[in-house]
Write a protein that binds this ligand. Structure first.
Ligand SMILES: Nc1ncnc2c1ncn2[C@@H]1O[C@H](COP(=O)(O)OP(=O)(O)OP(=O)(O)O)[C@@H](O)[C@H]1O
Ligand SMILES: [Mg+2]
Length: 240
């Protein structure tokens, strides 16, 4: 069953076609990996799907409901969560408070929102840090905060923008495990990821973008052997 259908999605910024005629589908319960060089339009695609940027044209169906052009709070309320490439936690709020902000999307009762948030903080393995201010957390821990905040809205579909970006090597495996744990809960995931080994490992299918256009969509194996993808992207990646 399809959870998300995107058809001919387009958005330009002045003369830059950040997304041009992007079409793809995501099966419920699966992981879609999104790859492409810097400036390919990956984050813009997330902004369009989640309502942070208004699309110019196209169609976006979430669970067969048209979400094209809806505001971010409406879209998250329907069960589409996201993390941001540029982390922006409330630095002077605690981890627990940050995650509770997410929980309030689905839960008005403060006590219940707090309990939900604590459960999710436990899930991302940061329970002992719950009363620490966000600014006191390491980058890896702030990535987990971001994932917890996104999970707190109880998403059916979760879009994650470069979870492993900007963290040191030894922090990466734990974050990858966490993505897998989320998938195992049945959450459908779309993840933007520059590390090609990780994307191959966790994705059921992969969407490759370049200069705002879809250049390929297929299984990890198909993508790995796709000439356009190799020329635009994989050829430049140090695979060691
Ligand atoms: N708000 C904006 N205003 C103007 N141009 C924008 C805006 N957002 C994105 N762009 C442009 O759209 C293009 C796609 O950017 P986007 O951030 O989506 O790329 P990306 O694939 O996420 O890149 P990266 O791997 O570096 O994160 C770029 O040329 C970028 O400069
Ligand atoms: Mg980006």
């Amino acid at each position: 069953m399809k959870i998300l259908t995107v058809e001919n999605l387009s958005r330009a910024f002045g003369g830059i076609k950040a997304n041009e005629d992007i079409s793809f589908e995501v099966e419920k319960g699966k992981v879609l990996g999104v790859i492409g060089p810097n400036g390919a339009g990956k984050s813009t695609l997330f902004d369009l799907i989640t309502g942070y940027t208004k699309p110019d044209n196209g169609k976006i169906l979430f669970e067969n409901k048209n979400i094209f052009g809806l505001k971010p709070d409406k879209i998250s309320g329907l069960g589409v969560g996201r993390t941001f490439q540029k982390l922006k936690p409330f630095a002077d709020q605690t981890l627990l408070e940050n995650v509770m902000i997410g929980a309030f999307v689905k839960e008005n009762n403060i006590k219940k929102a707090r309990n939900d948030a604590l459960e999710i903080i436990e899930f991302v393995d940061l329970i002992e840090k719950r009363h620490h201010f966000a600014r006191e957390l390491s980058t890896g821990q702030r990535k987990r905060l971001e994932m917890a905040r996104a999970m707190a809205i109880k998403p059916k579909l979760l879009l994650m923008d470069e979870v492993t970006g900007g963290v040191d090597q030894k922090t990466i495996p734990g974050l990858v495990e966490l993505i897998k744990k989320m998938r195992n809960l049945g959450v459908t995931i779309i993840t933007i990821e520059h590390n090609i080994n990780i994307i191959m490992e966790i994705s059921d299918s992969i969407l490759a973008l370049d200069q705002g256009k879809k250049i390929a969509f297929g299984s990890p194996k198909e993508i790995q052997n796709n000439k356009k993808v190799i020329d635009a992207y994989l050829g430049t990646v140090d695979d060691a």
